[in-house]
Design a protein around this ligand. Structure first.
Ligand SMILES: Cc1ncc(COP(=O)(O)O)c(C=O)c1O
Length: 479
């Protein structure tokens, strides 16, 4: 059986860039292959859509771009220019944010932190989103300066069946509030925070409701919270054909169950439990079939009625209680704002006739190992030839000498068989794909990162590392 296609949704700016082969070829001439391309203009468009939803509703808000999603300075700079906040989770990210022009008051630090990082945050006047009781106690010890340290308390455990690595469990918030009350002179409590891994709006609404209850209890402790931080988790839309994705998944399950030709490499099961003819469980993939854009998911959350508050919506209740809503979107802001370009090195046949397309990039540069990219890469002829080959089913393989360095563990349908020198474009890799796990094994340098800019003369490229200087100089450095 022929595996169904998994066409990727492509942003219009990215599509225009790819259609203008001169711009892509120039980027490759200057920076080589493989290459990570980022599009700060797309970042700004995504931000504008979230801002539009928020500003239509009564609650005050602050968007903090979750830097961890991508290391690109160009995104950080786009966030700084837009006047939003930033969420940093390491000293490196803090340096990057400050270098891009973020004042301390617009920076919050999330995730677990050690003493050295806490000390730096306190010295710099950054808001600390406290992950655990030890952090809070340590802040109380270290906070001896003239200005109180501003903190949020991250709480977790809304679903008793799921234990989180992060945040103060609900049952232990009382103790944290006692610490906050005891140290009011040196710690200013801004409010409660959460971040959920799931993309489920209902779960978020329940978390908001619990945080509102905690906020009421904080007032009773004499604290004066003014913020409710709902974290990140707004989803991306990867696919141009959600029904096609479902067809692929059905075919994949059938093939794992032994029906039809294999659609996966070796013994890969993508997290499914395969037991003879039965295939159970949940795959490791993102929600590639999702068609709900981040701004719609945000609108649904803001408009969700809260039963305990007479059916008033999340946005209304936040406004009624003078709570500023903080958000930490990562992947939603860089959705479609990046892609990865690789070059075909060799096309070969395995002993069972499988076609393997070896690339000059490894799996970890396109996706974290436990994930699988479930949209098809685009293949462009490297020599500009007109392509008329017959469709093919292939696996893309990486450049490491490891059997497991398969870039796709699922079979990919292509309109034609690639040749050495052809370009392979992995779409939509800016969110956790290009940066999260890329290593420089075998002494191969990681892919260069290049920002793509557009002006009246067309597309320009600028090394991401030079982006700050280039934008400061009115893009005069951009090529
Ligand atoms: C505390 C926190 N906030 C925000 C984010 C960003 O999440 P997303 O990229 O799903 O929006 C993360 C991601 O891990 C996180 O840990």
């Amino acid at each position: 059986m022929t595996a169904p296609a998994l066409p990727a949704l492509i942003d219009p700016m990215v599509r225009a860039f790819l259609d203008d082969r001169r711009a892509l070829d120039t980027a490759l001439d200057v920076y080589g292959s493989p290459l990570n391309l980022v599009f700060p203009e797309v970042f700004t468009q995504k931000l504008t859509r979230l801002v539009a939803e928020l500003s239509r509703r009564p609650a005050r808000y602050r968007i903090c771009y979750a830097h961890k999603v991508n290391q690109a300075s160009s995104f950080v700079r786009a966030a700084a220019s837009a006047g939003i906040g930033i969420d940093v989770a390491s000293v490196g990210e803090l340096d990057s944010a400050q270098g891009a022009g973020f004042a301390p008051g617009r920076i919050e630090a999330t995730g677990p932190k050690g003493t050295a990082f806490l000390r730096r945050l306190i010295d710099d006047g950054v808001v600390v989103n406290v992950d655990n009781q030890w952090e809070l106690d340590t802040i109380a010890e270290l906070a001896t300066g003239s200005a109180p340290v501003r903190v949020l308390l991250r709480v977790s455990g809304f679903d008793p069946g799921r234990v989180s690595r992060f945040g103060i469990p609900l049952g232990r918030v009382e103790r944290a509030m006692a610490t906050l009350t005891a140290h009011r002179d040196r710690i200013e409590f801004l409010g409660f925070a959460f971040h959920l891994d799931s993309g489920d709006v209902g779960e978020r609404v329940r978390a908001v409701d619990r945080c509102l209850t905690l906020t009421e209890s904080a007032y009773e402790h004499g604290l004066a919270p003014s913020v409710l931080n709902i974290g990140g988790g707004l989803r991306q839309v990867f696919t141009a054909d959600a029904a096609g994705f479902e067809r692929y998944m059905l075919a994949l399950r059938a093939s794992l169950a032994g029906g039809g030709a294999p659609m996966s490499w070796g013994s890969t099961t993508f997290g499914y439990q395969v037991d003879g003819g039965s295939v159970r469980g949940v795959p490791v993939f993102h929600k590639y079939g999702n068609t709900v854009a981040a701004e719609r998911m945000l609108a649904e959350l803001l408009d969700a009625p809260l039963e305990r508050h007479g059916g008033r919506t999340v946005a209304q209740v936040a406004a009624d209680n003078l709570l500023e809503l903080w958000l930490e979107p990562g992947k939603a802001l860089v959705d479609h704002a990046g892609l990865t370009v690789a070059t075909v090195e060799v096309v070969k046949e395995a002993s069972d006739g499988t076609i393997l397309v070896d690339l000059d990039i490894s799996r970890d540069a396109v996706t974290p190992a436990d994930q699988e990219v479930m949209v098809d890469p685009l293949v462009l002829p490297g020599d500009g030839r007109v392509v008329d080959d017959a469709p093919a089913q292939v696996y893309f393989a990486g450049r490491l000498c490891l059997e497991r360095d398969l870039i796709t563990n699922h079979v990919v349908s292509l309109p034609w068989v690639p040749r050495p020198g052809d370009l392979v474009i992995f779409p939509n890799t800016a969110a956790y794909h290009m940066d999260l796990s890329a290593a420089s094994a075998s002494m191969r340098p990681p892919a260069a990162k290049v920002a793509i800019l557009r002006d009246a003369d067309g597309f320009r490229t600028c090394a991401d590392a030079e982006f700050l200087a280039a934008t400061a100089a009115g893009l005069s450095e951009a090529r």
